[in-house]
Each structure stands twice: as C-alpha cells, then as structure tokens.
Design a protein around this ligand. Structure first.
Ligand code: ZN
Length: 271
C-alpha cells in the first residue's frame, strides 16, 4: 500500500467538506496547507464562472480529482442538456472524471426497475459526448437509503454491470460511506479494476442523526477505511483519496483551516 503519511499529493478535498467557502477561498485554504488536489461541486464552479475557475485552479497548480456532479437521469429531459454542460465544465477544468449520481425513482413512479433502465439509457446517450470531450464518466453508487430520491444505482455490482454493458469511457467513483456495508465489496472492487476513477473517504457515525448531512471525519466512525483502500489499490487505483464530508451540525460549523488540518491528520493516520 502507498504510504499516505509521506505524500500529501495523494490527498484531495471535495468542496462539500468546506461548504462555507467559495471556490477561490477553498483553493487558497488548501494551498496554504500544501494540498494540490481539489474536487469542486458544480455550484461552486458556477458561482466563480467556469473560465475564471479554470484560471484560478491553474494559477494555484491545483489538479482536479473530479467534478461533482451530473446524472439525475430519471428527472426528465432537462437532465440531458445539463449533463452535456457538465461534461464541458469538466473538460474546461481538466477534471480527472465527471461524477454521476444516477437519480432515484422517476416522478410519480414506484417502478425501481424502470428507473434503472432510464439510468442505463441516459448514461448510454451521454457517453459518446463525453468520449468526444475526453472526459471519463464515473458512476457513484449511493447507499440504498437514497434509492427513492437520489440514486437507484446502489451497489458496486450494479455499477460494474453498467460499465460492462456500456463500454469505454464509463468508470466508477467508490465512496466508503455508500459502499462499506456491502458483503460483496471486496470482490466487486477487484472486478472494477482499472475502471475505478475516484475514491471518496469519510466515515459512518454511530448513531447517524441525519441521512444526508451527518457524515463523519475519517476515524470517528466504524468504517475500516484502510482495508478498503488496500482493496482499491490492489485493484490498480493510483489516484488520490478525496475527503467528502457533509456535516451540517459539526464540520461545516468549524473554522475551515481547522477542518483541513484535521483532514490531513486523519488522512495520514486513519486512511
Ligand atoms: Zn462521494
């Protein structure tokens, strides 16, 4: 396994972790701490303007481990144009991948199988555009508690099946929060192999008090992050560990410099 304690270049911070900062503030904060990789959400990019964001990132020598997010294939026709815009944005900032969250049930529907079909077709339709732009799409399976409203792709096996059926240009973003419980995780990570495009870290708190906004800092919960990283690296993944923490009651309320300092400590000691 790679030695994280020696190499901050393997650490990326997702802007969701620094919720209160603009993109410029996030980039400047990370730069102060010697971190050179970031994963912006599209709302932060939009605030800044994509051209200015690209310049800002380049001026600070910031690599982009992923742009988050596109997808939402079950939400109707508007998703199609928005997803193409997201591909263009990912290309403009030279992102390693564009992360896709599938979308949940279609409006007024109880048909989960149909939703999964819509997702497959939507990804298939977006792929040629992304291939042409040179942007890899990374499907991120989300924990099944989000199947209704956010993502009907919930396991690594489903994500692998999509990659197998849709071909080149589609890979997987693995988030420990969404996948740690899966009894088939080790085998499915091995199966994914070179298709792993991103690796998100955080922790599962016990108890979790909010299904969306109560993720933990690495080391504060029950996920064996180091073990999962070993599987991911054994599968051939050589990219960064990206810290993505939604935490309305805790981390979002703290001083961002303190948050980044603790991210570094925990990255080195718990990941
Ligand atoms: Zn994630």
């Amino acid at each position: 396994m790679r030695d994280l304690a020696r190499d901050l270049s393997l650490l990326s911070i997702n802007t969701a972790t620094l919720k209160t900062l603009t993109l410029r503030q996030a980039v400047e904060t990370l730069s102060r701490h010697g971190i050179r990789t970031i994963a912006p959400w599209r709302d932060r990019l939009a605030e800044c303007g994509v051209k200015d964001a690209a310049r800002l990132l380049a001026d600070h020598g910031m690599a982009v481990s992923g742009l988050i997010r596109a997808g939402m294939f079950t939400s109707g026709d508007a998703a199609r144009d928005d997803n193409r815009r997201a591909v263009d944005e990912a290309a403009a900032i030279n992102a390693r991948c564009l992360v896709l969250v599938a979308g949940g049930l279609a409006p007024q529907s109880r048909d989960l199988a149909a939703a999964r079909g819509i997702v497959r077709d939507g990804m298939g339709a977006l792929l040629p555009y992304a291939r042409q732009a040179g942007i890899a799409l990374a499907i991120e399976p989300l924990h099944p508690m989000y199947a209704a409203d956010r993502a009907c792709i919930n396991t690594m096996a489903q994500a692998n099946d999509l990659c197998d059926s849709l071909g080149t240009g589609l890979g997987i973003a693995i988030d420990v929060y969404h996948t740690w419980w899966d009894p088939d995780l080790k085998a499915q990570i091995a199966r994914a192999g070179g298709k792993i495009l991103a690796y998100h870290v955080n922790d599962w708190l016990v108890p979790t008090t909010d299904l969306l906004l109560d993720r933990g800092m690495m080391g504060d919960g029950v996920i064996d992050i180091r073990r999962i990283r070993a599987w991911v690296e054994d599968a051939g993944y050589a990219g960064p560990c990206e810290v993505e923490i939604f935490s309305a009651a805790n981390w979002w309320k703290r001083d961002p410099d303190e948050v980044v300092r603790i991210c570094i400590e925990r990255f080195q000691s718990c990941c």
